[in-house]
Design a protein around this ligand. Structure first.
Ligand code: SF4
Ligand code: SF4
Length: 176
């Protein structure tokens, strides 16, 4: 398997997410409800009974770099929200991590998703569709996540762990 530096892998990951976003937008999203006119904007990100977005180490790195474009004060505020979410929703790096749900600490009222350009694959795929048959097929998300796993393996030489977004982001913060 070809080895990648973290820098190379992050460039590839960003491109992969861009391609996936374009595919979803052009092929499916026109049949979904318009988020711009949504009367419950952000419900999809803040519903603590619904959100269980998981990411890998490489994605956490990409999201961290996106957050670093914000002011130091805003970054501290987000780090506090991440810590708060971990505590409040009892998120852990082990056990059945998919069983726990949380309100995403990266959603900002008025601004929306703070990492829109690099958001996780399930977030790109998600939209509110009236008809079930209009939804993008799950296989699309699975195929993209498999590519992300491969990028992680090429970079860190091991199969990646999928962990709740706040857990990976907090651990990346400590490492940097
Ligand atoms: S995905 Fe659905 S709930 Fe979320 S902002 Fe868009 S329309 Fe509203
Ligand atoms: S990462 Fe962004 S799009 Fe995904 S749940 Fe969090 S705020 Fe919403």
């Amino acid at each position: 398997m070809k080895t990648l530096s973290e820098k190379q892998a992050l460039i590839k990951l960003r491109a992969l997410k861009n391609d996936f976003r374009t595919l979803i937008k052009q092929t499916y999203e026109h049949r979904a409800k318009d988020c711009g006119t949504c009367e419950t904007k952000g419900a999809c990100c803040l519903d603590a009974h619904f959100v269980n977005v998981h990411i890998t180490q490489l994605e956490a790195g990409l999201i961290r770099r996106e957050l670093e474009k914000l002011s130091p004060a805003k970054q501290s505020e987000i780090d506090a929200r991440i810590a708060e979410a971990i505590e409040k929703y009892e998120l852990k790096p082990d056990g059945d991590t998919f069983a726990k749900t949380f309100a995403c600490p990266l959603f900002e009222k008025g601004a929306g998703c703070l990492v829109h350009a690099v958001k996780p694959v399930p977030c790109i795929q998600h939209a509110c569709y009236e008809r079930r048959e209009d939804l993008p097929p799950d296989e699309l998300q699975t195929a993209t996540e498999q590519k992300i796993e491969r990028l992680n393996e090429q970079t860190y030489k091991k199969h990646p762990r999928w962990l709740p977004l706040p857990i990976w982001l907090q651990s990346q913060n400590r490492e940097r």
